[in-house]
Ligand binder design. Structure first.
Ligand code: NAD
Length: 414
């Protein structure tokens, strides 16, 4: 099942690490560590194979893929020996990462984006294409009345001016050309009523938002622990230091605010209340793609005794993100094939700010009492997520995992 992965931001760190990784796995030079769809419990014949993925994309940058891959190798993100061994394969992908089209109206620009994707699909005989947004984070989009309705949106896009941010224009182009869409960034993407109805109209699924690869991943494991042990989290503050293109872009206050909001959401929704404190993101050029997060948590226990916890996370951002991009492309393509349309809320496992209504904290669900009083290993109730009303999403990682596993089983049965 040859499946296209069209990367908006195709010359960025996450995109190029994804391309290098998939190409290395295909050539038998690397194993798929980090790809959760290669785990025993999630492996499924319903998914396109990693070796079936074909890459293309858009990017305004002109850095050649092999140069970007070499820069990632110099920075210790990918092994230099792989980049050297994959020169021909990367050269073959090079012409498939196209400049971003521009036209007099956004409707015409969307048509040009769709044309590039259609030509890519035809050239490679692809069964379907998943558009994945891994481009620079945008500031929150300005509201526009046409965001509420698909027909009004089409009309407004035909006028000069900016109606949609770039991330949403990619979603528009994807949906209208019958492609699914994944937003790996905190940008607006498909999160507009007009785009949701367009996805349903064109019978395509979409997933998002904002890949969960570092501090928030740790939060989504630790916050349920405090909740399940009935410990009161009084404050939770985090500082994230990162460099690279993403870090430089997040130095912009608008993009920074969009990211910080999406990183803090897990706490309120897992604990059932908002502890004091917030998440800061700071650009440190010298650390490149390696991110450091320091978190301080203060909490109260029995009889109000004060305690604290601190953790430090040193992660390589693109190495953590790239395997998830490959997982998401495979899962979304399989969902599309099985006839799913609209938001794929079961993919919440991958995201900081997942699509879907919030499933309240496990401690407020009387049906999960048995699991809470069970042994420590089952302190979270994975089955709760499967019982929950369609479209609701938990924020605890174990519950998200259970939802994902049942989604994959469902794809195989479809
Ligand atoms: N790395 C992670 O762990 C992680 C986790 C969650 C989210 N993300 C998000 O993934 C995105 C990519 O991260 P990165 O580290 O690769 O950043 P990067 O800066 O290396 O790459 C972004 C790329 O997007 C391109 N771009 C900018 N505007 C564009 C447009 N209109 N159309 C197409 N391309 C455009 C840039 O030229 C650049 O090549 C960011 O939004 C980041 O917040 C990354």
């Amino acid at each position: 099942m040859a499946t296209g992965v069209w990367l908006a931001g195709g010359r960025g760190s996450v995109a190029v690490t994804s391309i290098v990784g998939a190409t290395a796995i295909k050539a038998g030079l690397a194993d798929p560590t980090g790809c959760v769809t290669e785990l025993e419990q999630l492996r499924s014949p319903a998914l396109p194979a990693l070796t079936d993925l074909v890459f293309g994309g858009h990017d305004p940058a002109s850095t050649r893929l092999c140069k970007k891959a070499e820069a990632l190798a110099d920075a210790g993100v990918v092994p230099a020996r792989l980049v050297a061994a994959l020169t021909d394969e990367l050269a073959a992908v090079e012409p498939e990462i196209r400049p971003v089209p521009a036209a007099a109206t956004q409707l015409e620009t969307a048509a040009l984006i769709a044309e590039d994707i259609a030509a890519f699909r035809f050239r490679h005989g692809l069964e379907r294409v998943v558009v994945v947004n891994v481009s620079s984070t945008e500031p929150a989009a300005a509201a526009h009345p046409a965001h509420a309705d698909a027909d009004a949106l089409r009309q407004a896009l035909g006028e000069p001016g900016t109606v949609l941010p770039a991330s949403s224009l990619y979603a528009y182009a994807a949906f209208t050309s019958g492609c699914s869409y994944v937003d790996f960034t905190p940008s607006t993407g498909a999160r507009l009523p007009a785009l949701d109805s367009l996805a349903h109209r064109h019978a395509v699924p979409y997933a998002g938002h904002d890949g969960k690869t570092g501090e928030t991943l740790v939060k989504s494991v630790l916050a349920p622990m405090f909740a399940m042990r009935h410990l009161r989290v009084r404050t939770w503050s985090g500082t994230n230091l990162l460099g690279g293109g993403d870090g430089a872009n997040l130095a912009d206050p608008g993009a920074n605010a969009a990211k910080a909001t999406s990183k803090q959401r897990v706490l309120g929704e897992t604990l059932g209340y908002e502890p004091q404190g917030n998440t800061r993101i700071e650009y440190v050029d010298d650390i490149g793609d390696f991110k450091t997060a320091w978190d301080l948590i203060t909490f109260s226990g029995f009889l109000g005794t004060s305690m604290r916890m601190e953790f430090t996370w040193h992660g390589c951002d693109s190495a953590l993100a790239a395997p998830l991009v490959l997982d998401l492309a495979r899962l979304t393509a399989a969902a599309h094939k099985s006839g799913r349309t609209g938001p794929l809320t079961e993919l919440a496992f991958f995201f900081k700010d997942p699509l879907g209504a919030v499933l309240g904290p496990a401690t407020s669900d009387p049906r999960s009492e048995a699991a809470r009083t069970d042994e420590a290993g089952s302190a979270q109730d994975p089955a709760r997520a499967e019982r929950a009303p369609a479209g609701t999403v938990p924020h605890a990682l174990a519950e998200q995992w259970a939802l994902l596993a049942s989604f994959v089983r469902g794809l195989a049965d479809a």
